[in-house]
Design a binder for this molecule. Structure first.
Ligand code: THU
Length: 144
């Protein structure tokens, strides 16, 4: 499927499919993500939990880390969709917002949905204004 054929609805459908693969024995709360790359390929992500709780990984980060591991460049992604069984469209957690802001362009759409069909579209920078960024690491480097 080419880039332009991936409508918000289709990307959310892919995220819904990814939800079925969630490994959630503790929360039982399934989340799916679908990340569209520059070649029109979709990278799926689901949440993967752990008995020690804190090593758990959200669906959004799973999709992003998979895509990076598969050789896609940071900043090259076209959109990410996230799906959950929530009363309003699901919203990425703070940790995922930080990771999304590192690996995606500030104006990239973040498409949020729920199983009822509600959709909210925002951008990376709207979801995390003033994110800590690689630029901050440069400041004062000469003194270290
Ligand atoms: N979770 C996600 O995967 N993405 C979100 O946007 C919100 C929360 C996961 C983490 C955990 O496995 C479960 O949902 C409950 O917080």
């Amino acid at each position: 499927m080419s880039d332009s054929e991936w409508t918000h609805e289709r990307l959310l459908q892919a995220a819904k499919e990814a939800m079925t693969r969630a490994y959630v024995p503790y929360s039982k709360f399934r989340v799916g993500a679908a990340l569209l790359d520059a070649e029109g390929q979709v990278h799926y992500g689901c949440n993967v939990e752990n008995a020690a709780y804190s090593p758990s990984n959200c669906a959004e980060r799973t999709a992003l880390f998979r895509a990076i591991a598969d050789g896609r460049a940071a900043g090259s992604f076209k959109a990410i969709a996230v799906m959950g069984d929530t009363p309003d469209p699901i919203t990425p957690c703070g940790v995922c917002r930080q990771v999304i802001s590192e690996l995606c362009a500030p104006d990239m759409p973040v498409i949020m949905g729920n199983l009822k069909g509600d959709i909210r579209v925002s951008t990376v920078s709207e979801l995390l204004p003033g994110a800590f960024s690689p630029r901050e690491l440069e400041y004062g480097k000469k003194d270290r």
